[in-house]
Design a protein around this ligand. Sequence first.
Ligand SMILES: [Fe+2]
Length: 319
Amino acid sequence: MARIIAGVGSSHVPAIGAALDNGKTEEPYWKRVFSGFERSQAWMRETKPDLAIIVYNDHASAFSVEMIPTFALGCAAEFPPADEGWGPRPVPVVQGHPALASHIAQSVILDEFDLTICNKMEVDHGMTVPMNLLFGKVDRNSHWPCPVIPLAVNVVMYPPPTGHRCFMLGRAIKKAVESFPDDLRVVIFGTGGLSHQISGPRAGLINSKWDKSFLDNLSKDPQRLVKIPHIDYMREAGAEGVEMVMWLIMRGALDDKVDEVYRFYTVPASNTAVGHIILENRRRSATSAARKPSAGKRKPAAGKHKRAAARTKVERKRS
Ligand SMILES: [Fe+2]
């Protein structure tokens, strides 16, 4: 049986891709950003997922304003990088997984989520930048380490889907993956955000307090995030901050209880707050902790301390 073992949240700032492609990663401004993902790349190398589902938004690359699907699932065998105005990024063509993608489409659509099925689609920085941040730089003539199923979400033209709808779609994707017979270990990405506004009088808006609270509640109280209306994202996190609803698809696809194993936050990159989190389902955590001596080097999540303290308390009472 296939299963989702972990979720990754990551901003997908286009300037990060440009910095990588133009050899600027060692410049102090960009080193601050890229160094925050070094541990994430080590985690990804250690985790070695068989497949990634990447939730992102298209930025008028595959879809123009003439046609905007709310949810579009990539069912093709491959997804070439899009030309976003200065030529396609120098990254490999993304290999898909048509069998699982078609299975997800069938399961999710019969669960009453009306996805658009894309049998041909180019992918832009919204997807390839988080792939670089987690998989590292990959030569365009080489291969990404695993196949990817893209899920494009409309957050560029009103109305985007609600946070609740996104979370429930994540739940439906989890169910779909778990009913796929092949033994696949899947990581799901939610991308976009965090707070940013790219135009108008509030251009450059960053709200770190809001961002950190959002990151906290991904593990602590996701149901609180699910209830946030669009207007709150717009007011507090900027017009483009509404991209954060895509992280709720990732969160909905995980178990109720998760462990936060890594977080990184820095401002700014371009004019955007960069946020990143790795959440593991607990059965995966237990397995990985037992398997890997290096896991002990990680800073344990606060929840683990609390659980360990609670266990000690109970043991003391019994003795
Ligand atoms: Fe975006």
